[in-house]
Structures are given as structure tokens and as C-alpha cells.
Design a binder for this molecule. Structure first.
Ligand code: MG
Length: 382
């Protein structure tokens, strides 16, 4: 069997765009992958097209060889988000093909299931207008009533209207207090059994991150996500060593090499690789295994496409150190129309699909109805 064609399929998904990857073979078997990332979806799609020459003509079942061919053939591109997203998209399409060839779900090729369904957490705030206390409590109760046992709030939503000095990464004392008050209100509405996380999106400097972290200590958070930007892991460790709240980071780290540094430094309590960006299933399994040697759990970042949680579920069920998977509510009504069957979320858990490969197929006719539109998020987090 040989790969005959590799093609990106870009679909508008509301506030961002999804970058799917279609890999075709001379046996008629088609694999679908996910290279979604933002901003720069057209750049990721171009990288997918460019990387095709590494794999066309090759046997799609030699995934490890093809991963290394793409990765080490791309080093002069700069091994950041764009190239690793493109590799992730092609890699995940190859795993779908492998599952279809062997007529089994992908998780059976990864060591089988450690668990029968995948625990999710979701977001409870609005980036657009911020949240009134009443609206926030109502949304938290709705999510908890649906069965979710994990919630995430964002500093970006807590400081609406914008009260952050974007360039010097600082917050006034009042904003720190208001953010802690928002977390207290979420705890009050959610009850004692729900895990709460806060994502700072790497917006703070070190002293401000420590100040906010200390203000959050009374709330027994599951994690404090990206308190500072991801490039300087020593700075992340400085925050981790100064606050009594578990630090989670990794959505903007790529390949085992970045995670090796993070883990060796001891700069994270929990890691959150994004399997559509870090190198796909092939690299994601290794990143999780590295973390497991440090007894560190994996809470994957997932803010991608309707296919991405399905792909993640196959890998997460195979990981002994899986903790919880991020799940984001659909922005647009066609979210569940671009895959068939749609994802099954019940009581805060994602059900593992049955059937070979991912157990779902992309609906290309639906994808074609929603062409790329520049993401509204490109204006940046204010
Ligand atoms: Mg984040």
C-alpha cells in the first residue's frame, strides 16, 4: 500500500478555523487527521501541503519512520507550532489508516484501554463580555447539572473590561482580588466536589504571577495554567516554587524535546500537551510516557476541531497517567455535522467511538460549505 495524496481541508469553525488533513492511498483507504491551530490556519495548511512530499509514495503503516522523516526534514523551517501542527495532522491521518487496515479502533494499536470513557472539563466563562456574578453562577450550575466535575475559568475573562497592562504583564492589586473573588464565586456555585482550574494564557510577569497564585491558594485548585509565557521554563519554575497551587503548562510546547526540558527542570506539576500541535499520536504517547517517569499526570489541551477530542480520546484511554481532557462547547451549529457520528458527551465524559480507525469520518461536503475566514481572535487577548 502506498500514500497517493495528502491534502489539508480548512473549515471555518466560528471564532477560528479547523485544519483537517486527508491522506489517500492506492488501496482506496482514506485517513483523516487534525492539524488545527490558530492563528495562521492557512500557514498550517500550506505546511501540510509542503510536507506531503515526505510521505507520498511511502507505505502509510510505517508511521514511526514517516514521523521522523517529516520532523528531521523540517528542521530548517523552525520546529515550532506550524510545522509540528502539520506533522500532527499527517501523523493522525496515518493512525486512522492503520486502524482501518487492521480493522480495529486506534486505541487497540496503542496498548488498549486503561479506562472505558474519557473524563472532561469545560469552560465556564465568556471572553466576549465578561460575566456578571448572576450569569456566572447560572452557567456554573448548568455545567455541573450536566454532570461535569471540572471547570476552567480564564484571567482574560475575569479582567473584562481590560484591566491588564499587556506589555509589562502586570495586574493591579484590585484585579488580583477580583480574580480571586471570581474563583470564590465559582466554588460557591459549583460546590465542593467540582475541580476548578484557572488559565492565565501566559499573560503575566513573574511577580504578578506569584501574587495572583498566592491569592488563589485558598481555593484548592486542580491547576493554575500558564501563569507566565512558555518560552522561559526557569521563570515557570520560579512561579511553581513560589506558590502552593499546582502549575500546568505545555499547550505551546512541541515534541518530546521541549517536554524533556520542562520535566527535567521540575517546572510543572501537570502537563497539557496538545496532540494536534505537539507531534500527533506518535509523539504524544512518548511525551506522556516521559511525564509518567516523573509521576506527572497529563491533562491534554484541546481547543481545536470536532475531530480532535475523538483523536485525543483514543490516545488518552491508552495512557496510565491521563488526568482529564479539555472540552469546549461548539461555537457554530455545524460543529457536529462535520463528523459522523457526532461525539457522544454524557455526564461529563466522552464516550469512546467504536469502529476501525477513529470510529468517525469527516463529512467533506459539510466542510466545503464553510470556507476559511480570518479568526476574530487574531486581534489578540486584551
Ligand atoms: Mg491555555
Amino acid at each position: 500500500m502506498k500514500i497517493t495524496k495528502v491534502q489539508p481541508l480548512v473549515c471555518n469553525g466560528g471564532v477560528r478555523n479547523w485544519v483537517f488533513v486527508k491522506v489517500e492511498t492506492d488501496a482506496g483507504i482514506i485517513g483523516y487527521g487534525d492539524a488545527s491551530g490558530w492563528p495562521g490556519e492557512p500557514v498550517i495548511a500550506a505546511a501540510v501541503t509542503d510536507l506531503a512530499h515526505f510521505v507520498v509514495g511511502e507505505d502509510p503503516l510505517n508511521i514511526e519512520k514517516l514521523w521522523n522523516k517529516m520532523y528531521y526534514g523540517s528542521t530548517f523551517y523552525g520546529l515550532g507550532g506550524v510545522v509540528n501542527s502539520a506533522i500532527s495532522g499527517i501523523d493522525t491521518a496515518l493512525w486512522d489508516i492503520a486502524g482501518k487496515v487492521y480493522d480495529t479502533p486506534v486505541y487497540n494499536l496503542l496498548g488498549g484501554r486503561c479506562r472505558e470513557r474519557i473524563k472532561l472539563y469545560t469552560h465556564c466563562d465568556s471572553f466576549e463580555e465578561g460575566d456578571s456574578p448572576t450569569a456566572l453562577a447560572s452557567k456554573v450550575r448548568q455545567i455541573v447539572d450536566e454532570g461535569f466535575t471540572g471547570l476552567k475559568t480564564h484571567l482574560a475573562a475575569a479582567v473584562k473590561p481590560p484591566r491588564i497592562e499587556k506589555l509589562n504583564r502586570s495586574l493591579d492589586r484590585k484585579v488580583v482580588q477580583d480574580t480571586a473573588a471570581k474563583v470564590a464565586a465559582i466554588r460557591e456555585a459549583a460546590g465542593e466536589e467540582v475541580e476548578i482550574c484557572i488559565d492565565v494564557n501566559g499573560m503575566l510577569n513573574v511577580p504578578t504571577a506569584i501574587r495572583l497564585g498566592r491569592a488563589l491558594e485558598p481555593f484548592d485548585l486542580l491547576f493554575y495554567e500558564e501563569p507566565v509565557p512558555p518560552e522561559n521554563m526557569e521563570a515557570m519554575k520560579q512561579v511553581k516554587d513560589s506558590v502552593d497551587v499546582p502549575i500546568c503548562t505545555g499547550e505551546r510546547l512541541y515534541s518530546t524535546h521541549s517536554f524533556r526540558r520542562l520535566l527535567e527542570l521540575g517546572a510543572a506539576d501537570i502537563i497539557m500537551p496538545d496532540f494536534q500541535k505537539c507531534g500527533g499520536i506518535t509523539e504524544g504517547k512518548k511525551i506522556a510516557a516521559l511525564a509518567n517517569t516523573y509521576y506527572i499526570p497529563v491533562a491534554p489541551h484541546n481547543y481545536n476541531s470536532p475531530l480532535s477530542p475523538i483523536i485525543d480520546a483514543h490516545l488518552c484511554t491508552s495512557l496510565p497517567n491521563f488526568l482529564v481532557l479539555e472540552y469546549v462547547w461548539p461555537d457554530v451549529e455545524w460543529t457536529e455535522k462535520v463528523i459522523t457520528p457526532p461525539a457522544q458527551v454524557e455526564d461529563g465524559y466522552l464516550q469512546l467511538p467504536e469502529g476501525p480507525g477513529w470510529g468517525v469520518e469527516l463529512v467533506e461536503e459539510e466542510i466545503a460549505k464553510h470556507p476559511y475566514q480570518r479568526s476574530i481572535l487574531l486581534k489578540g487577548v486584551e
